[in-house]
Design a protein around this ligand. Sequence first.
Ligand SMILES: [Zn+2]
Length: 465
Amino acid sequence: MNEAQEVELATGTKARVKLLRLDETRDPLRDAVRQARVHIELNGQSLVLTSATYHLPVTFAGVQVDCPITKGHVGNSSQGNAWGLLKDARLRFWPSGSAWIEPGTFGYPLKQRWFASHTQMANEPSFVDGGEVPNEKRIYYHYGLDSGGAEGMAEVVAAADGRVISWGTNILAGYDDSPAKPRYDVVYLLDDRGWFYRYSHLQTIDPAVRLGSPIHLGQKIGLLGKEGGSGGWSHLHFDITSRQPSGLWGIQEGYAFLWEAYLNQYLPKLIAVARPHHFAYTGEKVVFDGSKSWSASGRVTRYDWTFTDGTKASGPTVERTYAQSGEYSEILKVTDARGEVDYDFAIVLVIDKSASDQLPPTIHPAYAPTLNIRAGDPVTFKVRSFGTTFGNETWDFGDGSEKVTVKSDGNVEQHAKDGYAVTQHRFAKPGHYLVRVERINERGQRAIGHLHVPVEASRAAGPTK
Ligand SMILES: [Zn+2]
């Protein structure tokens, strides 16, 4: 705080920055930092930046800047100082107009559509497996990037050219004192920048991934799974560790790199962003924010929210409160000037203020494939609930078809091979489908999940392959 520094950018130009103030907003349930804002002076002008939590670098006063981590997170972290942060905040700078990572050196690590399932990213307290509970005061601020997906179906690929330092329980000689911590479901790669990349919870590791092997950007690492310390939900945990200015190893926040790589490789027209999730008591105000949504055409023109109780609202930010505990998934629809639409879901975990030990269940839905689905194609849907073994999951595919009931195991044994309940569905017509799945426990508390499934027209009539 109050420290000023001169920063030399990659282009050789200089920026002058001073940290003026840090505001960290904590929730009343766990005292977790939910939003951190830094006030800085940058080249003589004032700027307020929101740290991480799905925020991207911003252009200001001739440079680009972001704030990947602030001190309050380190104080009650269950994972120690994963960021290697010793000061009040970390700031990163790029020249104005430059890419966030050197073009051609970084790729999206998963063959999957953006936000196709739940995520835990950029210091968001981890929640999908039901681990976000009021009486747990050490917070797992998720320092890496968790992307949910269908177990054994989503392909994990290398984000950069590199070399295999560790796969499974094997580690290359000379790397015992490095960020690589071998585990049966984990692969570590090291790139030319000196960055260590961790890929965790893999169901299978590709046979080409062997100690010391060179690996190319985009090369298959394995299949997404729920192995190791996954909490029982199937996802890729991807993180990058590098030497930080403090001299310590620490997390190199990668959300912006993933975002940039995804835009370059998959050319989306529009991305709705309703994340991170919310954690609130009944009766407490929840503020929804869709303003991080993005359009290739330059501007999102509409933000439409549809809530679980059927009420609607519009605008980038809206507020509401909940009378009943549960896990809700609120729908954000964004529209841009060209009439393109996209959807995302804001998950809200609501705890009963008068019975905060009666926790609602949570739910994780996923599907595959997520890209280039055509009308009539089979799509696999997987779901697992957490915190209850009562009842069933009910799917509503949003196309007028009959509801389908399945039963997952309630995560009693997190590595159970058949933990997810599996069903298949075909959409007869093209469109954007909002698929809903829910499970209710014996107390009537509900966990609701949504998936957005874009379906294209079937392959044109004519010669079939
Ligand atoms: Zn993770």
